[in-house]
Design a protein around this ligand. Structure first.
Ligand SMILES: [Zn+2]
Length: 59
């Protein structure tokens, strides 16, 4: 079963949707400030919202 890694996280849950790139980047900046995790913001091809994901995913 192919799960879109751009729309779902590793647990298979849908990622948080953001309405704009700015909103996603602000959330990513907050995550970096709190957790030190550097995230990329990208537009999801499935739901056309913005998500944040790991810069180097699941290697
Ligand atoms: Zn999506």
């Amino acid at each position: 079963m192919a799960i879109s890694s751009s729309h779902f996280d590793k647990q298979g849950k849908a990622k948080n949707p953001y309405r704009s790139e700015l909103e996603a980047r602000q959330a990513a900046a907050a995550t970096f400030a709190i957790n030190g995790v550097d995230l990329d913001s990208y537009k999801c091809p499935e739901c056309h919202a913005w998500h944040n994901g790991r810069r180097f995913a699941d290697s």
